[in-house]
Design a binder for this molecule. Structure first.
Ligand SMILES: [Zn+2]
Length: 129
């Protein structure tokens, strides 16, 4: 035996058995609450982009120090025992020196590694403003 649910129409207040159509027999409004629409969680507002981290302009730092010493790329390459094209690549920021190379570069340029790296990042900070 099917149990019959008595339900009151919210639109016209008619008490009635719930029909298969689940619509009010008088006003044809749905008797049951509409399925709750689960709201999609709103996407979290995009965070403001982080300020650019100062990029290392190692090329400029090397170029500055080399120029200050009056060394040509070739002379500097000879001092380091490396190819001149490497210095050229380095100054064009087409390659990044390894930690070991930073140490050698700093030594060749007569500055500390700290100085070289600071010089490489200072320039970038100045250009952000
Ligand atoms: Zn009704």
């Amino acid at each position: 035996m099917e149990s019959q649910t008595v339900i009151r129409c919210k639109a016209c207040d008619l008490n009635q058995f719930l029909t298969r159509s689940e619509l009010c027999r008088r006003c044809r409004q749905p008797l049951l609450a509409k399925p709750v629409v689960v709201e999609e969680p709103r996407p979290v507002a995009a965070l403001p982009p982080l300020p650019d981290r100062p990029a290392i302009d190692m090329g400029r730092a090397v170029w500055l120090l080399r120029s200050a010493l009056g060394l040509s790329q070739r002379q500097m390459a000879r001092k380091m025992g490396i190819a001149r094209t490497y210095i050229s690549k380095l100054e064009g920021n087409r390659c990044m020196p390894s930690t070991m190379q930073v140490s050698r570069l700093a030594g060749t340029l007569g500055v500390s590694e700290y100085c070289l790296v600071t010089l490489a990042t200072l320039h970038q900070r100045n250009t952000i403003n």
